[in-house]
Design a protein around this ligand. Structure first.
Ligand code: C2E
Ligand code: CA
Ligand code: CA
Ligand code: CA
Length: 281
């Protein structure tokens, strides 16, 4: 109990530190890192799934895996509270390999239930340029025929473009669908966009949540959709919360939508229930 209390206190302080914008690496973050290492071993991490649906047909295309920590004392902890700690404390590679393996198992389970949809995993930018990590990922992914996708941000490519692009190409070569995440929110470069073996571009929710009340967001979103289509990519809008936004995105030719309007991220069983309903519509 004492250990759990200490961890809880450390978590509170880490939250405060994160909110203040301090980089993780303080003693508290290190304590939380140890707690996280234990959590990985003891299977306290869980994947929730949020569907991506076709804007026009409203059918489910795929789902994104979003990690949570089911903490014995604290309850469900969102990724923003522990991913930065994992990244700072060298746990992110273990955590990501765990996530990929879990996503593969869930994809195959869904397929066995008649729902063969692609599962997308978020890959931390810290790992994208790591060639050793990429080789381990290729070993795991190459050994299965599960339908997978990786979501990566452009900012993470810019860190080490040559290695990142080479690694992404290796993933694409073994059938992983690459999606550019958070498009427009970080460092963007049209030069890299052209070189990436990406099939999907996800417009950041920053431009979507106020789409119908802003003057500029619709212009930015429309030109991004046109740009992506010119580069032969499908466009996903994330953060779709209203029917008005969905309608406007559909008119603009956005291919897919994701957001609370359609579904929040839910446990795998709830995704299955959602898929059954989708099939019965
Ligand atoms: P992201 O990849 O951009 O994921 C989208 C976030 O927006 C998710 O937050 C999701 O729950 C939330 N969201 C979805 N629909 C809506 C909406 O309609 N409105 C609003 N306001 N928000 C919406 P979540 O699950 O807390 O994840 C936060 C971030 O943590 C993710 O951002 C991703 O960068 C990271 N993350 C999540 N899972 C993993 C993982 O397995 N590995 C790594 N490396 N990062 C992860
Ligand atoms: Ca697709
Ligand atoms: Ca994502
Ligand atoms: Ca995002």
């Amino acid at each position: 109990v004492r250990l759990a209390e200490q961890a809880e206190a450390a978590l509170d302080r880490a939250r405060g530190a994160n909110a203040a914008g301090d980089p993780p690496g303080t003693p508290d973050a290190i304590a939380l890192g140890a707690e996280l290492a234990r959590a990985i071993d003891e299977n306290e991490l869980v994947l929730f799934y949020q569907p991506k649906v076709h804007a026009r047909r409203q059918e489910i295309d795929s789902a994104e895996a979003l990690i949570r920590w089911q903490h014995p004392v604290r309850g469900l902890i969102p990724p923003g509270d522990f991913i930065p700690v994992a990244e700072a404390g060298d746990l992110i590679d273990r955590l990501t390999l765990w996530t990929i393996e879990r996503a593969i198992a869930d994809q195959l389970a869904l397929r066995a239930m008649g729902h063969d949809l692609r599962i997308f995993v978020n890959i931390s930018g810290r790992l994208l340029g790591d060639t050793l990590f990429a080789a381990r990922v290729c070993d795991i992914v190459g050994a299965t025929d599960a339908k997978l996708g990786f979501e990566v941000t452009e900012t993470s490519v810019i860190r080490d473009p040559a290695s990142a692009i080479a690694n992404l190409q290796r993933f694409a070569d073994i059938g992983v669908c690459i999606a550019i995440d958070d498009y427009g929110a970080g460092l963007s470069s049209l030069a890299y966009l052209k070189q990436l073996p990406a099939r999907e571009l996800k417009i950041d929710k920053l431009f979507i949540t106020q789409l119908t009340s802003s003057n500029r967001d619709p212009l930015i979103v429309r030109s991004t959709i046109d740009l992506a289509h010119a580069l032969d990519m499908e466009v996903v809008a994330e953060g779709v919360e209203t029917h008005a936004a969905l309608a406007l995105l559909t008119v603009m030719g956005c291919d897919m939508v994701q957001g609370f309007l359609i579904s929040r991220p839910v446990p795998r069983d709830a995704l299955v229930a959602f898929l059954r309903e989708d099939g019965n519509r």
